[in-house]
Ligand binder design. Sequence first.
Ligand code: DGJ
Length: 733
Amino acid sequence: MNIIYNEENRAFFLETSNYSYVMFVDKADSLRHLYYGKKIDHRNSDFSTYQMATDLSFAPYPENFGCLESLSINPREFSAFGSGDYRVNACRIAKENGTEVTSCHYKSYEIFDGKKEIKGLPSSFADTQKCRTLAITLEDRFSGVEIILYYTVFVDSDVIARSVKVVNSSNQTVQIKNLMSLQLDFFHSNFDMVYHCGIWANERHVNRVGIKQGIQGFKNSRGSSGHQHNPSFVLASPSATENCGDVYGAMLLYSGSYSVEIEVSELSETRALIGINPELFSWELKSGDEFHTPEALLIYSEKGFTDFSQKSHNFLMEHVIRSPWKHKKRPLLINNWEATYFKFNDEKICDLAKEAADLGIEMLVLDDGWFGHRNDDKTSLGDWFVDTTKIKNFKAMVQKINSFGLKFGLWFEPEMISVDSELYKNHPDWVLCVPNYPRSLGRTQLVLDMGRKEVVDYLFDSMSLMIAENNIEYIKWDMNRNLTEIFSSKLPANRQGEVAHRYVLGVYELHERLLTRFPNLLIEGCSGGGGRFDAGMLYYVPQIWCSDDSDAYERIAIQLGTSLFYPASTMGAHISACPNHQTRRSVSFEFRGAVALGGTFGYELDITKCSDEEKAEIRNQVAMYHKFNDLVREGNFYRMNENFGEESINSYAYVAKDKSEALVILTQKINVPCNKQQIQFVRVPDIDDDALYEVNGEYTLYGSTLKNLGISSERTLFGHATFGMYHVVKVDK
Ligand code: DGJ
């Protein structure tokens, strides 16, 4: 890990043993991006030779610099609006005279050990000796406003953490209209854009398209990261596969509206931007004030998608997720949602708990419907006190469940309010809405203005009371609609552009306060399934309910797609009833178990109605969870087929970091008669060539055989939704 500045050519080098990231200041004081990729040793060159033609027509160049260096050409490090860089740009600041023309001229730099926190926002962390930061200060020469670019490199990772701070060192009030967290330019456009696409109950499928001249990308204005896309993107060489090729990616530590723009210019140069969606954003900065963007993580692998994903997984586990639970086996839970929906009482919940305890399950989670007078999804959000018609004595119920040996968890949807609620009667003005303008509902509910301190205080007090009084050890934090009519009665007209971002800051603050009060609380994120699955959330919660689609068949692509950036330990995955409630599909109990093993693992069905055979299977699965969860959670993850689970046959593997064991799971969704793929040799990736491994406790083979020839799986793949599991364990020779 190294950060070097070379005075001679005004160049900056960020390096680890695997990559180099190079930028330099050109004659016109513009910070030029030169290179990001496989390590190069190239510190003393004259970088001015690296450029596209500068005498292009219609390419404006700066007056008084004695060069034709047009901002519209060549990779730039952080582009600003209005001075001839006609590509999408990263920064636009409005001044008092009405201009939004912004300049980003190089001013100075600083290098220091460690990394600074970003106040109020999630950010990656590491010991001071384990990372170094470069801060480059740019200046808007019209106003004197400073734009500071932060780059942190880490000893144990190929990730670069980036963020941007604007400091209003001018004596006027300015408005930030656009401030991206990260810009990444390339001289060429030989890339595919790879990104998540989906919808409610079908999130994070992986899409791959070639990029072309023009702007491509996606924007989110929902106030939350959403089911449709993810605040992340990948640019991969068109020939990149799971095992080879250049893969560059970025993800935002942010849970609100964001934008991803990839532009290919007329010279076939590429620019990628990720940050807060400027369409929903502006921020007033008085003289002396500062604003810091969410952090973005930049990841590079020269070895294809699997290696890229492993880098992302490891970084999230070590430098983003803070929960004390992240490296621990989570209590094996049963959630009552698909078992009862809103129809339950304390007796039913205790019956479920008793049966669960008998089967070896470790925690009962009471989902939606325990509060106010909520018998459907039309009422009571905001009234975080017990519905005593359903649960006569909540504390006694939890004590009873605890007495069975089970922990207890509870569902909340903190950010929402029902019109039919006590909270709304008392505080109708706490709702996000535009005065005298029609409001939009989603699932019959409205959204609280989380940017208001009194709202966060109320939620903190009411949730803390429930948690503290009832020995609640886990909460499921849901969010079942997106934001509309984003307006706060607390802010003046010229600051309404701050409301959406202040909402996210309020959500983060509530998390922070709850976790400070209850440091061991296990929080599972959720937003109608995986509608807010992002690295920002993972700073607060170690796991997120991956999708409301609990059909194991569908879950394969959802979970493999999610694994592009996010590790198995973050994916909430449960075994639910068949026919499945979302798809009406029936697949075997065993198949459902094999798929749920690839996430946090749990149950979501009425186990009191299970047959004896099913109960016996649950006992097997509980044992399977205990046997494999450490490996799934802590091992390196390998996707062994291309296309992120969209094909019928998929195999994927978890390999212990010390290569002492591996688990390969092979799944087949549909059966085709005489399908030649039915005879598959399942290869075991990345184990020791010369060591002997025992396969499923039955026979032994050398690592090199398992890696290259594989295990014969002929008997496994016959039929609809079938699977094979291969556990190989190193044995002493
Ligand atoms: C959406 C969640 O994803 C479900 O698991 C469940 O908690 C419901 N909300 C409850 O309303």
